[in-house]
Design a protein around this ligand. Structure first.
Ligand code: C5P
Length: 301
């Protein structure tokens, strides 16, 4: 049993998000190439009375501070599976953009699982963690794993991908979030309006080859997000953000997940820093931050 545990957990960007047709359960089959990047939230778990959550950080409007918070739900779910009382006080320090398409809420849930497991003396490799993660949300298992991985099913069935080297990114953060269900629904609507009959999602061989060889230029050319048109339809201003990044030398640009964060790949760390400065100065984003990937998943610090 431990008195206080802090877990650091990364954001993700989707290098490829291939979205299949709508399933009967309201989800879509995906090929989702997740990549964990060095933008981190921290979750601290301490013994408490019942499950409580405190959230700290800039731009945290909209994050629930009650039992609806995904980290609190994670703690309660793990406690129920283990047959222990869900007595934990959670403090979340947020740096991952809220409702930004970078899986910040899922990251906090994964971190809470790892922190509570430690607090309650449970082996971090226990299947209860992955099973709770998959039940909590499609992106939560990846936040436990980190690195780069292909997610299939609704995104929760993971296969790690070996990559070479480090990739340098810039993330343009937007004012306000986008609702993930609304973006998926817009994707379905646009496809129906265009008469598209969607086949099963397929992994991109070019993307996999670029990851295996560490070729940033090839990776930039292979980035693809099937939700991008839907995110642009709901937030047309993102087109100017993507264009500004490309004009400032990004070797790849796409909307991250369901948006509205835009992700840009740079040739080097130096280029990423200068690209972040140009984007921040161009008035096309609330702020822009440089980061790198891949990085490990939820880790006790
Ligand atoms: O699994 P999660 O709760 O994160 O999913 C949020 C929403 O995103 C779902 O309710 C659904 O509308 C959409 N979604 C989807 N297909 C997926 C994953 C998510 O339609 N594979």
């Amino acid at each position: 049993m431990n008195a206080r545990t802090t877990v650091r957990v990364p954001a993700k960007v989707n290098l490829q998000l291939a979205v299949g047709p709508l399933r009967d359960d309201g989800y879509h089959d995906l090929v989702n190439v997740f990549h964990a990047v060095s933008l981190f939230d921290e979750v601290t778990a301490e013994p408490g009375a019942g499950t409580t959550v405190r959230v700290e950080g800039e731009s945290i409007e909209g994050v629930p501070v009650d039992g609806d918070n995904l980290a609190a739900r994670a703690a309660r779910m793990l406690a129920a599976r283990l047959g222990v009382e869900p007595d934990v006080s959670l403090t979340i320090r947020k740096a991952i953009p809220v409702a930004g398409g970078m899986a910040g809420g899922s990251a906090d849930a994964a971190a809470a699982l790892v922190a509570c497991a430690r607090l309650w003396g449970v082996d971090p490799t226990s299947p209860h963690l992955y099973e709770s993660a998959a039940a909590l949300g499609s992106d939560v298992p990846f936040a436990l794993l980190g690195g780069t991985a292909v997610g299939t099913g609704r995104g929760e069935v993971l296969a790690p991908v070996e990559t070479v080297g480090r990739f340098h990114w810039v993330f343009a953060l937007a004012d306000g979030g986008l609702s993930t269900p609304a973006v998926y629904a817009e994707c379905d609507r646009l496809r129906e309006a265009a008469g598209v009959r969607q086949g099963p999602p397929q992994a991109s061989p070019d993307l996999m080859a670029a990851l295996a060889s560490g070729d940033a230029e090839a990776l930039g050319a292979a980035l693809h997000n099937d939700l991008q048109d839907a995110a642009l339809s709901l937030r047309p201003s993102l087109a100017a953000t993507l264009a500004a990044g490309r004009e400032s030398g990004a070797i790849g640009a796409l909307v991250s997940g369901s948006g509205p964060t835009c992700a840009f790949l740079a040739e080097s760390e130096e280029r990423a820093v200068s690209l972040a400065a140009s984007l921040a100065g161009a008035g096309v984003a609330r702020s822009a931050v440089a980061a790198h990937g891949p990085v490990p998943g939820a880790t006790v610090i």
